[in-house]
Design a protein around this ligand. Structure first.
Ligand code: FAD
Length: 265
């Protein structure tokens, strides 16, 4: 590792100020991605700003049809939350399927979406449900937040503080996982929401994206797996690697979408 300073602010404002004061500073939440990155010398931040002592950043609240999850909330807490299981069971199931127990007990929703790994699960849940990302500066729709591979609309001195999920009429997530890491080779989150049917795909491309052809088919023919019969997704621009070709990933998108729709009921 390279040398760096370590700061543990007590408030979001202090954390944001520490980031604004040093353009090379980095936030650390659970460290599940950042610490291995430092160990491999792939990043060399001058300062680590640890969010672990800021009160109120972790926790889950349900008010009316909105589930709000604080940025420092661990995946295990979301998976085991009776409130999330009751309001959006697909989101609890998504969290339960992330990595292994160690990862779920250290990794955070804020770190996951800020990192925007193109195979991560939460970005699909956020985009599929039409979530709102709350930051230290503003509120962003998930459609505007995820901008590309490992990139988001976050500015250098901006941190995620919470994610607000509207309760859908029905939703489900189906993942074809990498058997080693459990990251998605392809993961598809489908949701029948007050503002329409949404289908979000992770693992297949250079970041999470909406499968508009599948949304159109489900909207036109009804929210049923059979509505996706014969609907194909183009492999243009999809990932091709040792785990799966672009063509295979394109095929998996429809297969996983059908499974998710069937599971959503
Ligand atoms: C072995 C292994 C298996 C995994 N499997 C899966 C999987 O199956 N599915 C999946 O989705 N994920 C998986 N993950 C990722 C894991 O779930 C974490 O969510 C992810 O690594 C982020 O970790 P973290 O929350 O500890 O963030 P950190 O590592 O602390 O931070 C990650 C990045 O986000 C930034 N950041 C952190 N918090 C914030 C914030 N609040 N505001 C702004 N920026 C912030 C940091 O500066 C850093 O750049 C896996 C990780 C490991 C190590």
């Amino acid at each position: 590792m390279y040398a760096f300073t370590y700061q543990k602010p007590k408030t979001v404002a202090e954390a944001a100020a520490a980031l604004a004061a040093d353009g090379d500073a980095k936030v650390v939440s659970g460290g599940q991605t950042l610490i291995p990155t430092l160990k491999q010398r792939l990043a060399a931040p001058s300062a680590l700003v640890d969010l672990g002592s800021i009160e109120g950043l972790a926790g889950i609240t349900v008010a009316g049809d909105t589930v709000t999850i604080g940025a420092m909330t661990k995946h295990a807490a979301v998976a085991h939350s009776a409130e999330v299981q009751g309001a959006i069971p697909a989101l609890a199931a998504l969290a339960e399927g992330i990595g292994d127990p160690q990862v779920r007990n250290r990794g955070t929703i804020g770190g996951s979406i800020a990192n925007h790994d193109p195979a991560a699960d939460y970005p699909a849940g956020c985009l599929g449900l039409g979530a709102t990302i709350v930051t230290s500066k503003r509120e962003l729709s998930a459609d505007d937040f995820f901008t590309g591979m490992f990139s988001t609309a976050l500015e250098d001195d901006e941190l995620v503080t919470a994610v607000r999920f509207p309760k859908p009429k029905r939703a489900a997530y189906a993942k074809f996982p990498n058997p080693a890491s459990r990251y998605a080779i392809v993961g598809v989150f489908v949701a029948d929401t007050a503002s329409g049917i949404r289908v979000a795909v992770t693992g297949a491309g250079g970041g999470v994206f909406r499968a508009t052809e599948l949304e159109a088919a489900l909207t036109a023919k009804g929210f049923a797996a059979g509505s996706l019969d014969g609907v194909t997704v183009s492999s243009d621009g999809l990932n091709s690697d040792i785990h799966a070709s672009a063509e295979y990933r394109a095929h998996l998108i429809t297969v996983m979408a059908k499974r998710a729709v069937a599971a959503a009921g």
